[in-house]
Design a protein around this ligand. Structure first.
Ligand code: FDA
Length: 310
């Protein structure tokens, strides 16, 4: 419960326009702990550095909640160019996107622009052996994101597109069951948004128990599972679970955020597990940075010290 109060406080303060304006003008130096840089070259370099330790990359151009088709299309163009640049640099274009940044909810030529742009990106990435993961955002977007995931799997196949389920939502176990026919590639996360009690669990123990159930169910169903967490308890339990159930190491991977628990990332890779870091880059770093601060009180201290000295 204290975790939830802390999270709610940080996300509420972060949403204040005055705070946002100060942070946007003075916070970039601090954000660089979690964000690889502004340009595609920066993320490509970050992937190459991680690859030396046996860690792959999830490439994320920062951007979300876009409300104009032109901005959404410009954002999609930047991702298409990232796909080409990554492939040219010998890196798998494993892209992760927020559909709200690609125009989800805006209708152009009778179709949802988020879906149209996701299709364009997947069409570009697939021939390079790439992959597109659809991040999960706040709860009003879950239905449409899952429906768009279903369409994309139907068009491109489940080896090329994945999505995310959040263990804090009451609905998620049913969502997992409803997706079963797709043999879905799923990233399981706890959930990073400020959600009301009516839709999301608030107690950490409940969220963690739900997390384990989702991972175990997707693994047991034989589906590729991305275990996206920095939680040592969960990671250890997943290691035991796969051992006990004879689940091969090429059926799952651990995913962690760039700049978070680098020690753990390296350790997992050195133990022979597949590991991938979620690497964001771009100019729209503030909402992403706020969510990282909200996940851990010591990150707020790091910001306060960075902003005000000491
Ligand atoms: P938890 O928050 O319980 O933390 C466990 C431990 O991990 C902490 O004690 C600390 O040691 C460490 N830790 C966690 N967060 C940290 C941080 N920010 N800084 C430093 N240490 C930290 N969410 C979402 O809603 N939609 C999405 O699409 C995604 N996508 C996604 C991809 C990947 C690869 C990851 C790792 C996470 C996401 N998330 C997400 C975020 C996710 O929902 C969640 O908010 C964070 O992963 C934090 O939860 P943990 O599972 O790490 O555990």
């Amino acid at each position: 419960m204290i975790d939830q109060i802390y999270r709610k406080t940080v996300l509420t303060v972060a949403g204040n326009k005055a705070v946002e304006s100060v942070m946007r003008s003075r916070g970039w130096g601090l954000a660089q702990r979690f964000v690889a840089g502004h340009q595609a070259d920066d993320i490509i370099q970050a992937v190459k550095d991680l690859q030396k330790d046996g860690i792959g990359g999830l490439l994320d151009l920062l951007g979300e909640f876009v409300d104009s088709p032109d901005t959404a299309n410009a954002f999609a163009e930047q991702i298409l160019s990232l796909v080409d640049q990554a492939a040219a640099a010998g890196i798998q274009p494993y892209i992760t996107v927020k559909l709200s940044g690609l125009g989800q909810g805006l209708t152009v030529d009778g179709e949802d622009l988020g879906l149209t742009n996701a299709r364009r990106i997947l069409g570009r990435a697939k021939p390079y052996g790439g992959f597109l993961a659809l991040d999960m955002e706040d709860h009003p977007r879950v239905d449409v994101t899952l429906a768009q995931f279903r369409s994309l799997v139907g068009e491109f196949g489940h080896h090329y597109v994945g999505t995310v389920l959040q263990s804090y939502l009451h609905r998620t176990e049913k969502d997992l069951a409803d997706l079963a026919d797709l043999k879905p590639n799923l990233r399981i996360v706890k959930g990073a948004y400020l959600e009301p009690e009516s839709v999301a669990m608030q107690d950490k123990a409940d969220i963690n128990a739900s997390y384990r159930r989702l991972v175990y169910a997707n693994l047991k169903a034989g589906n590729y599972t991305n275990v996206a967490s920095h939680d040592d308890g969960i990671i250890d339990d997943v290691k035991m679970f796969v051992l006990a159930h004879g689940i091969p190491r090429d059926q799952f991977e651990f995913q962690l955020l760039y700049g978070v628990r680098r020690d753990l990332q390296k350790q997992l890779a050195s133990e022979g597990y597949r590991v991938r870091a979620y690497i964001p880059y771009g100019d729209d770093w503030y909402p992403y940075f706020s969510r990282r601060i909200a996940e851990r009180p010591s990150n707020a201290l790091f910001v306060l010290r960075g902003m005000f000295g000491g």
